[in-house]
Ligand binder design. Structure first.
Ligand SMILES: Cc1cc2nc3c(=O)[nH]c(=O)nc-3n(C[C@H](O)[C@H](O)[C@H](O)COP(=O)(O)O)c2cc1C
Length: 300
């Protein structure tokens, strides 16, 4: 089968995960065609604080950036689509949002089975919901969702990721662990490719996610999802507040972006531990709802 694998990546992490997933597919005799998503105006890496927060309001409000047109004729007969992406500010990254806005891509996805792979820090649920909506609006069928994340506790992984994205240093320091998805998890993602290959051999794509779940495709953490949902709502308010001062790069919004930056660090280190405490204290009352929610997130 021909499989097309779309990806966007700044550091190479999403592509490394994608390679790991696709290797067993190639070994099983499938043809994998890689297609990179390229923004018209590239995003910097490493970021500066200013450029990093500049991407926030548009990411959260779904104001996609333009991406370069892709040659899709050669993959028109692909039987499976894989999209490797990353989360930015609890939403799909701007280039990936741009990918879904492209009319040619939207037409291409109609009727296609799609597997998504998110390589993020630890908050992926809201961006997954948006990706799912995009796929469905195009008439595609999401049949698999794989999430690779930093396994360190929420507050431990914040400083390494800032050091990585803004300082360009991924490796561990004397105090902090290495940032991002661990090499072990990246290499281990081959297990998902093997599962996809087996499922293709059984002609059973509609049931792929159930099988991927047995391989640990998603580690659902209800406490993190709890704070993510609150954060997503507040990000909605903040992004509208900033956008009132102008669009991407407008100098008039610089002050509000700065306020948001301070807000984010305060929230991460002062408010989110309180939020987590509230979550654990009310856990017995949430237990049933979490059970239902978990199923919803895993299989959608
Ligand atoms: C602007 C920006 C915002 C990000 N926001 C989040 C986030 O909300 N949740 C999360 O889990 N990871 C977040 N990350 C980390 C990314 O999802 C991703 O793991 C990292 O940028 C590496 O991706 P790459 O494949 O582009 O190199 C963010 C990264 C960037 C650059």
């Amino acid at each position: 089968m021909k499989i097309v694998a779309f990806y966007y990546t700044q550091t190479g992490q999403a592509l490394e995960i994608l390679h790991s997933v696709c290797r067993p597919l190639t070994e099983a005799g499938h043809e994998v065609v890689y297609k990179t998503i390229v923004p018209e105006t590239p995003f910097p890496f490493p970021w500066t604080y200013d450029s990093f927060f500049q991407a926030f309001p548009e990411s959260r409000q779904g104001i996609a950036c333009a991406v370069k047109r892709m040659e899709l004729d050669e993959v028109a007969d692909a039987g499976l689509v894989i999209i490797a992406y990353q989360t930015w500010f609890l939403s799909p990254s701007l280039p990936v949002q741009g990918f879904f806005r492209d009319e040619a891509v939207r037409t291409f996805l109609r009727g296609k089975y799609v597997v998504t792979i998110d390589g993020c820090r630890n908050m992926w649920v809201m961006s997954h919901i948006k990706i799912l909506e995009n796929i469905e609006q195009c008439g595609g069928v999401l049949t698999g969702n794989i999430v690779l994340q930093d396994r360190h506790p929420n507050l431990v992984s914040v400083i390494p990721i800032v050091r990585w994205l803004i300082g360009g240093k991924k490796e561990k320091s004397s105090i902090f662990p290495a940032a991002g998805v661990s090499q072990k998890d990246i290499d281990g993602a081959a297990v998902f490719g093997k599962q996809i290959a087996r499922t293709l051999a059984d002609d059973d794509l509609p049931n792929l996610q159930e099988k991927l779940m047995h391989n640990g495709a998603i580690k659902y953490k209800p406490d993190i999802v709890f704070i993510e949902k609150i954060g997503h709502r507040l990000f909605g308010v903040w992004s509208k507040f900033i956008l009132r001062k102008g669009g991407y790069g407008a100098p008039q919004r610089a002050f509000r972006l700065k306020l948001f930056k301070y807000y984010l660090f305060v929230v991460l280190y002062l408010i989110s531990p309180v939020g987590l405490l509230a979550f654990y204290l009310t856990y017995p009352f949430r237990y049933r709802a979490i059970g239902k929610d978990r199923l919803k997130q895993c299989f959608m």
